[in-house]
Design a protein around this ligand. Structure first.
Ligand code: SAM
Length: 293
């Protein structure tokens, strides 16, 4: 063990640097040796919730001054972090669980620190998306991380339309009170045939990994109240390869037409797909018609 901690200590950790540190997503033993070393070394910790982080660090015998950096103050808190870095401090950024910036605060802080000409060093570690994917299996070859879908049904359906023909697996985060509704919305938008992995409470006592089809997902979840408890990652198989390109173009045009004129929708769709602009314009006109009548 001494040799391992020595390995972590051997690297140089320059002052005036922001260290982005991943922390466990459930099992406290999943912290890395390097994360512990850097968290012990830094002068200050920028944390999503300073009390949560203090509790976590207390488990490893670490106590540090902290700055709250959360969704609602990330820009202004970044200025304070930059002042500390400019005065020669080392600052670590952590979120409540997992990797900062992944459906968590951290990304704006990283932007601001880099724009200020200061260094950012990432320390890899737990993240629910990669943990779920590591146990998904060979049907997942390539993926797109979506994170949380919008809570409102209309916006959710609109986002899912843009993803319906995506060839790679899709990864979603979801909270327990919306898990059944979201799984049902996925089946409606993407079709019930696709494979689904429901990864619940990863690394925790009640961890479970259930694989089924999208159509079976909501029924399985409703089969036992315990299956709807805790934190969830959903991995959904990508669209079948034989999917008709015209369907994909229609889905894209329909989404663009919600916000744009026929001309703009056709222009953007042509840029994104490489299909001829004139053909897309004609199709967009046809798709627009029912709404105008
Ligand atoms: N930054 C985190 C990461 O790197 O995974 C994600 C934070 S996000 C606010 C919280 C969401 O991540 C949860 O609602 C859930 O969808 C997912 N999540 C986090 N921990 C999890 C776990 N132990 N098991 C399953 N999903 C988890």
């Amino acid at each position: 063990m001494l040799q391992i901690t020595e390995l972590a200590a051997r690297q140089q950790y320059p002052a005036g640097t922001l260290y982005v540190v991943a922390t466990p997503i459930g099992n406290a033993a999943d912290i890395t040796v390097r994360a512990l070393h850097v968290l012990s070394l830094v002068d200050r910790i920028a944390a999503e919730d300073t009390r949560n982080t203090a509790q976590l660090l207390a488990r490893y015998g670490i106590s540090k001054p902290s700055i709250a950096v959360h969704e609602h103050n990330e820009r202004s808190a970044a200025e304070r972090v930059i002042e500390h870095l400019r005065s020669g401090e080392r600052v670590a950024c952590v979120s409540d669980a997992g990797t900062p910036g992944i459906s968590d605060p951290g990304a704006r802080l990283v932007d601001a620190v880099r724009e200020a000409g200061l260094a950012v060093v990432p320390l890899p570690g737990p993240s629910a998306v990669v943990t779920a994917l590591s146990a998904a299996g060979a049907w997942v070859n390539g993926f797109t991380f979506v994170g949380f879908l919008p809570a409102k049904a209309k916006q959710r359906a609109s986002q899912l339309r843009t993803l319906a023909h995506h060839p790679m697996a899709l990864v979603f985060y979801e909270a327990p009170h919306r898990i059944v509704e979201t799984t049902r919305a996925l089946a409606d938008a993407l079709g019930g045939e696709r494979q689904l992995l429901i990864a619940r409470e990863l690394t925790k006592l009640h961890e479970s990994l259930h694989r089924c089809t999208l159509a079976e997902g909501p029924t399985w979840l409703e089969g036992d109240a315990n299956r709807q408890r805790g934190e969830f990652v959903l991995v959904v198989e990508g669209a079948p390869e034989a999917e008709d390109a015209e369907d994909a173009h229609d889905a894209l045009l329909l989404t663009l037409l919600e916000e744009l004129s026929v001309k703009s929708a056709a222009r953007i769709a042509a840029t994104l797909t490489g299909a001829p602009r004139n053909a897309l314009y004609e199709r967009a006109l046809q798709l627009k018609k029912p709404a105008q009548e």
